[in-house]
Design a protein around this ligand. Structure first.
Ligand code: SAM
Length: 226
């Protein structure tokens, strides 16, 4: 019986990895990763030398078949992404689903929990967090405005990811529909320039207008429930 481990890795600070994750990365036969250069930085830090096989959002049918055959032969494989938990706004769900379908009970699928930007941001926001909605990356165009209206009307805390070049636009769109609403912007979590700002959408927009240099890096936006 082989095992496919879904291993969470750091979202910035390379110390944020569990002892179990390090052990699994050392023990498996190979590691499926998004970008071999990113994963190598982590492996070098922990002196792990392991065969890497690329698995990203463009993984072909042939790559899926290859991985399933390796598992069928009894190889143990770890799946990682560039940061955080694989499959969460990252590649991975397809290989998990296809491997399970192909191998059934011959395969164990084992998650190795660890960092995810959405949970760290939610925890730091201080907003109600026992019932929340995670939207991942918002659509760039189609449906975007409607989604902001839904966020504004939500009785649940809402969390979403945004890229730096769409972050400003997101704040503008949110300001238009969620007047006075408290939001949290968690930027560069666990990294040198980590910053968590909490305030009304107007206060946060004013802060970023006054500090355009802070409009870079990685962002999670959390919108408090009504
Ligand atoms: N799988 C990852 C996870 O578990 O969080 C998410 C990967 S997704 C491709 C990348 C997005 O996650 C970024 O654009 C940003 O919204 C968020 N993110 C990842 N790392 C972050 C960090 N250190 N600080 C703030 N946001 C981060």
């Amino acid at each position: 019986m082989s095992t496919l481990f879904i291993v969470s890795t750091p979202i910035g600070n390379l110390e944020d990895i569990t002892l179990r994750a390090i052990r699994i990365l050392k023990e498996v036969d190979l590691i499926l990763c998004e970008d071999t250069r990113e994963t190598k930085k982590l492996l070098d830090k922990y002196e792990i030398s392991k065969q890497l096989l690329s698995y990203n959002a463009h993984a072909t049918d042939a790559r899926h078949t290859e991985v399933i055959e390796l598992l069928r032969e009894g190889k143990n494989i770890a799946l990682v992404s560039d940061a955080g938990t694989p499959t969460i706004s990252d590649p991975g769900s397809m290989i998990v689903a296809r491997a399970r379908e192909a191998l059934g009970d011959e395969l164990s699928i084992v998650p190795i929990p660890g960092p995810s930007a959405l949970l760290s941001a939610l925890a730091a926001s201080g907003f109600p967090a026992s019932d929340f909605l995670f939207l991942g990356f918002l659509p760039h165009k189609k449906g975007r405005e409607t989604l902001f209206k839904e966020i504004a009307a939500s009785e649940r805390t809402v969390v979403f990811y945004e890229s730096p070049h769409r972050f400003e636009k997101a704040l503008l769109q949110l300001s238009a529909v969620a007047v006075g609403r408290r939001i949290c912007v968690a930027r560069e979590l666990t990294k040198l320039f980590e910053e968590v700002k909490v305030g009304t959408v107007e206060e946060i927009s004013a802060y970023y207008t006054e500090n355009p240099d802070k409009m870079r890096g990685e962002f999670v936006v959390v919108v408090s429930s009504i």
